[in-house]
Design a protein around this ligand. Structure first.
Ligand code: FAD
Length: 461
């Protein structure tokens, strides 16, 4: 009887899972394994919303495996030590896993390979499981990564796409391997009240429903804050509960401008992964230093606190930050506005904003969070690094009726139409009654502070 082990990491699904397919084909029995490694928490990857969503994903994976005659084995401890222990208990010949691209994942993989090979076992690492195109597969001449999105997209979009794999019909798991208790969502404290349900079943349901009902409205509506027309698939993609390759495949099969625009967004995900894989230090350091001397000190701390709490006095910015606190997710336009306001209008360090986002975002990941923050801050890959988003104009453009603000900032619910974006302009209103703060900064002052800091080459949107 031959046995193989599949180590699940950021790929918590049964459909389109090359390591699982290879393991099932290679052996009579398979151990589907997930290790809860405290090093992941220590590396700063854990946050209550993501832990709760992870618990849902593991429960759903276990249920899917049980339908196929198996179960998920969960172990607590160091990944390498636990995999080796399971391999010995099951007398497995080989381990299959998805390639990871972070420094942490690559170090873990190297340690695991060494430990298994010294014990006469083999590690198979499968590419294109967590991204559509693996980092480093498409490169410009003379560099190991693309620094600009559009040329990357041109190459990415013409790469051959592997055909998505069906879920295996049966996954026989050896009885002898014990499992620790899987984490439960209910045991995670401080979870956002409106957090989505995790898991492959829910992710697949959303992908199907969104493609069939909403994809057509995506191109025109993806920036409409109240319209909420985006797929909300980011957490499922982050945990690998939905395969990005399968999402591209199904969107292309669906066709239309909306589905194509969605595919382009999925490319952004790979774009940031290939930047971070080539320049891992940009998780904390500027990709393109602008010699910023971000504001510090007591006043800056007060502004940062107001921003985190969604009390800046700029309704659309506050609405976005309150959506983040309540749902553990924020609309992309809200992320752009909140990040531009922090880094440019308040001139506060992008790392502070990124940290707050990572503490709450259910889709929070180092590549996409840190590099999007840098893109907005102008220290990253944006070709217009000094553009400043005006929260009033942007609010009127992307929330023209004010419905998004009224929903998330109930203090302003009585204000009609777009007037909600400038509550300070309304006459005869009793401020104390609507209990909403005055703006913490004058936009013109913020703009000239930023302009002075960045020197000559600045512009404004
Ligand atoms: P859709 O519009 O339906 O797009 C489909 C998918 O494409 C998304 O699920 C996502 O996987 C990908 N995608 C879309 N836009 C981007 C983008 N700009 N960069 C990378 N991938 C993208 N996304 C994350 O997944 N994790 C993060 O931690 C994260 N942090 C961000 C921080 C800031 C400051 C900004 C401006 C953006 C951030 N994004 C992040 C990107 C984007 O906001 C989210 O991916 C998107 O809002 C998720 O919603 P959706 O699934 O409905 O997206």
């Amino acid at each position: 009887m031959t046995v193989s082990v599949v180590l699940f990491t950021s790929d918590l699904r049964l459909h389109d899972h090359p390591p699982l397919r290879a393991a099932v084909e290679a052996a009579h029995e398979v151990v589907p394994l997930f290790v809860r490694d405290p090093a992941v928490d220590r590396a700063g990857f854990a946050a209550p919303n993501r832990l709760a969503f992870l618990a849902d994903c593991l429960a759903d994976l276990d249920a899917g495996l049980r339908e196929r005659g198996g179960r998920l084995v969960v172990r607590d401890g160091d990944t390498v030590a636990e995999v080796c222990r399971v391999v010995r208990q099951a007398d497995a010949d080989e381990v299959h896993m998805a390639a990871g691209h972070s420094v942490f994942a690559r170090a873990r993989e190297a340690r695991l390979r060494g430990a298994l090979e010294s014990d006469g076992r083999r590690l198979y690492v499968h590419d294109a499981v967590t991204t559509v195109v693996p980092p480093g597969d498409v490169t410009p001449q003379g560099s190991e990564h693309f620094a600009v999105f559009t040329p990357y997209f041109r190459r990415w979009v013409s790469e051959p796409l592997r055909t998505p794999l069906a879920a295996p019909r049966s996954v026989p798991v050896p009885r002898s391997v014990r499992s620790d208790r899987p984490p439960a969502r209910a045991s995670v404290a401080d979870v956002s009240p409106g957090l989505a349900t995790g898991g492959e079943s829910e992710g697949r349901r959303r992908l199907g429903a969104w493609l069939s009902r909403h994809a057509d409205a995506y191109e025109a509506g993806h920036d409409d804050l109240a319209g909420d027309a985006t797929s909300r698939l980011s957490p499922y993609l982050h945990f690998g509960a939905v395969s990005a390759t399968e999402a591209v495949h199904r969107a292309r099969a669906r066709g239309g401008a909306g589905a194509e625009a969605f595919v382009r967004q999925l490319c952004w995900r790979d774009f940031h992964h290939q930047v971070l894989a080539a320049r891992p230090e940009t998780a904390v350091e500027d990709y393109r230093p602008r010699h910023d001397r971000w504001r510090r000190g007591e006043e800056a701390e007060g502004d940062l606190r107001a921003w985190r709490e969604g009390r800046t006095g700029y309704p659309v910015v506050d609405a976005a930050l309150r959506q983040l606190a309540y749902e553990g997710w924020m609309h992309n336009r809200g992320r752009l506005l909140a990040a531009s306001f922090l880094t440019k209008t308040l001139y506060l360090d992008w790392r502070e904003g990124a940290r707050h986002f990572l503490s709450l975002l259910v889709d929070g990941d180092v590549a996409n969070n840190q590099l999007n923050w840098q893109w907005v801050a102008g220290t990253g890959t944006d070709s217009r690094p000094n553009r400043v988003l005006n929260p009033v104009l942007q609010g009127k453009r992307y929330d023209p009726d004010g419905a998004y603000v009224r929903y998330w900032v109930p203090e302003l619910a009585a204000l009609p139409g777009p007037s909600v974006h400038e509550p300070w302009r309304l006459k005869g209103l009793d401020r104390a009654e609507y209990a909403y703060p005055d703006p913490i900064v004058d936009l013109a002052d913020g703009l000239s502070r930023f302009r002075d800091a960045r020197g000559r080459d600045w512009d404004r949107t």
